[in-house]
Ligand binder design. Structure first.
Ligand code: PEP
Length: 259
């Protein structure tokens, strides 16, 4: 990365798509496209049901595995839930937490997301903590206040010495799956505000190490301008991560920033 020592991270959020068999195929295509490059950290986050097959497909490549959620307890009577340790045992290294779809459809609060962040760090899983504002909040000038509250709530009690394991994803809700992207300048402004909150929480040297991804209709075409911004350290990719060539195009755009 030209502006700092942070290595770009491009993560694919496959959401509730792909059977195990389909996921195996997509993972193989991703490995064929970007599995050997080392300049960008690449993560794929399939549904729970495909973690195992994707783990074997990406073994011996530079593609890493992530999950889309966890439950913040080691084991027990939590029907339908999956623990951090279960994810680790399938070689997941990352987990998406607090995605706006989970906040909206499953009522996840900052306090609950915080429990998940703490549990993931304790299990050596790197949380990708999602924050972002709605269109109404942006239009009424509340963007910085909203993301600051989500960060302070979601990162409460995270120790400064483990904070550099955290990844933040700024995802304006109005840009997710809509084809509308924040302009690079709009995104940079919020990423800089996020960095300022991280400095307050953890100090400047730790905050400088934390990667802040942009998410919201990122595609190979708009990725170069977004990734050129000084505080945009990668992308959390939904729709475009379901096509290996599009996903690879975004990884290549990140790699090209360094050259
Ligand atoms: C997402 O939901 O994390 C996302 C960024 O989706 P999309 O790329 O489809 O907007």
């Amino acid at each position: 990365m030209s502006q700092s020592s942070r290595k770009y991270l491009i993560a694919g959020n496959w959401k509730m798509n792909k059977t195990s068999e389909e996921a195996k195929e997509l993972a193989a295509e991703v490995v064929a496209e970007v599995g050997q490059q080392t300049s960008v950290s690449v993560v794929v986050c399939p549904p729970f049901t495909a973690l195992e097959t994707v783990a074997s497909q990406i073994a011996n490549s530079n593609v890493h595995l992530g999950a889309q959620n966890l439950y913040p307890a080691p084991s027990g009577a939590f029907t339908g839930e999956v623990s951090p340790e279960m994810l680790r045992s399938l070689f997941a290294g990352f987990v998406i937490l607090g995605h706006s779809e989970r906040r909206e459809y499953f009522g996840e609060t900052d306090a609950f997301v915080n429990k998940k962040v703490i549990a993931s760090l304790e299990a050596n899983l790197r949380p990708i903590l999602c924050v972002g504002e709605s269109l109404e909040q942006r239009e009424s000038g509340e963007t910085t206040a909203v993301v600051s509250e989500q960060l302070e709530g979601g990162l409460a009690d995270v120790a400064a010495d483990s904070a550099d394991q955290v990844v933040i994803a700024y995802e304006p809700i109005w840009a997710i799956g809509t084809g509308k992207t924040a302009t690079p300048e709009m995104a940079q402004e919020t990423h800089a505000a996020i960095r300022a909150v991280l400095i307050e929480l953890f100090g400047a040297s730790t905050a400088e190490k934390i990667r802040i991804l942009y998410g919201g209709s990122m595609k190979p075409g708009n990725a170069p301008d977004l990734l050129a911004q000084p505080d945009i350290d990668g992308g959390l990719i939904g729709g475009a991560s379901l096509k290996a060539r599009d996903f690879a195009g975004i990884v290549e755009a990140a790699a090209a920033q360094d050259s």
